[in-house]
Design a protein around this ligand. Structure first.
Ligand code: 5GP
Length: 172
């Protein structure tokens, strides 16, 4: 990896925060047997680490989306890989890598709510709240970050750097 950049969230901090989130989610979802939905592909690393620390029964499922044109302009997305599980009457927690404008998740939430889940909440590893356009409530968040484009811990640049164990800001 020859990518130059600044490590803004080191591996140790990520591990600690993910464990804290898992504890909180385990408490809040006690007895609810939630379905943890991961939005492919960026949130996969987060999902694996988070669910490993959950102490409650849960199921996992995956969803892939593609935007019609730049998501930052419309937020209109299309599901390219749908869930395998039926979420009707189920407690759903969506895992995202980063919420920026929030338009993608806002649209996705609308689609999933139509399926009649018992509840639906969002857990974002990173939150760039300053960029938010959509009116979106993030129920659980790992870290808030600033403007810099980031890679690592599942986040890519042109499909590279997902496997970095830390979050790095790259601005070139
Ligand atoms: P939103 O609809 O919230 O603006 O878009 C969120 C999506 O944009 C994320 O799921 C991610 O794919 C992408 N994204 C936004 N900011 C970054 C960033 O700093 N780094 C990377 N790798 N992807 C980002």
């Amino acid at each position: 990896m020859d990518q130059k950049g600044k490590i803004i969230i080191p591996e140790k901090e990520i591990r600690k925060r993910v464990e804290e989130l898992a504890e909180q989610i385990s408490r809040d979802y006690e007895g609810l047997n939630p379905i943890i939905i991961t939005v492919l592909r960026g949130a996969v690393y987060f999902m694996v680490d988070l669910t490993r620390h959950l102490t409650i029964p849960h199921r996992i499922d995956f969803l892939a989306i593609a935007s019609y044109g730049p998501a930052t302009q419309t937020g209109v997305v299309r599901i390219t890989k749908d869930l395998d599980l039926d979420i009707h009457n189920e407690h759903v927690l969506i895992l995202e890598d980063i919420v920026d404008t929030g338009l993608t998740l806002h649209y996705l939430l609308r689609i999933l709510k139509e399926r009649g889940p018992a509840s639906i909440k969002i857990c974002a590893f990173l939150d760039r709240a300053a960029q938010r356009i959509a009116n979106l409530n993030i129920d659980y968040k790992g870290f808030e970050i600033g403007e810099d484009f980031v890679v690592g811990y599942g986040l890519d640049r042109e499909e590279k750097y997902r496997n970095l164990p830390y979050i790095m800001a790259v601005n070139d």
